[in-house]
Design a protein around this ligand. Sequence first.
Ligand SMILES: [Cu+2]
Length: 116
Amino acid sequence: MTRSSNLIALLFLGVGLAFQAGADDSHKHHASNEAKPAAAASAALTDGEVRKMDKAAGKVTIKHGPMPKFDMPAMTMVYRVKDKAMLEQLKPGDKIKFDADGVGGEFTVLRLEKVK
Ligand SMILES: [Cu+2]
């Protein structure tokens, strides 16, 4: 009799813990959502120099500095741009700072600032 009442007590304890775990999960989820913008904002921009643009294709060739994010040394390479309008302000030789990411398997410039 004592054993079975202990078992019932344990079952209740178990249910209580399950409820608590559920509450904790939603809290964590909320917290990680809040952390996202901070991580994006802290992403460093990479230095680069525009070599040439292909406005029709929405691509730009950039001679860029090291990109630790991609484990990439300094090099010259072609990037797709997120928005073709980003190319309107550029001309070969422009110094820029930019952020890129892999989008659909292609390195894509998400953000670009001219350096004066
Ligand atoms: Cu590169």
